[in-house]
Design a protein around this ligand. Structure first.
Ligand SMILES: [Zn+2]
Ligand SMILES: [Zn+2]
Length: 102
């Protein structure tokens, strides 16, 4: 397989050019089809750059969702933990008010 960049003759199984390391094979991230050029998949038409950008985007989204979920959980947990304290304070206030005869 000849390198499109430096015209080096590479073994047909080479993934990268043995001389300039240009990728000789591209695997479609969507359907795993292997082809000799990047850009667009010959089989499913997926744009490699767009597809990987989309993967990064959805990974970031998932991470943000995870963060939000954790935050919601910790604030709920905090409220549950604080409940006996806040509840106890109002009970004390209530009892003091009763003692004062309000
Ligand atoms: Zn090359
Ligand atoms: Zn594909």
């Amino acid at each position: 397989m000849q390198c499109p960049k430096c015209k080096q003759d590479n073994p047909p199984t080479a993934q990268f050019c043995t001389r300039c390391h240009t990728p000789l094979r591209y695997t479609c991230p969507a359907c795993k089809h292997v082809q000799s050029h990047g850009g667009q998949c010959e089989q499913c038409g997926v744009d490699f750059a767009k597809y990987s950008a989309m993967l990064v985007f959805s990974a970031q989204n998932a991470a943000a969702r995870d963060r939000d979920r954790t935050r919601a959980r910790t604030s709920l947990l905090k409220q549950v933990l604080l409940l006996p304290i806040t509840g106890g304070i109002s009970l004390v206030r209530f009892l003091l008010a009763r003692l004062r005869g309000d």
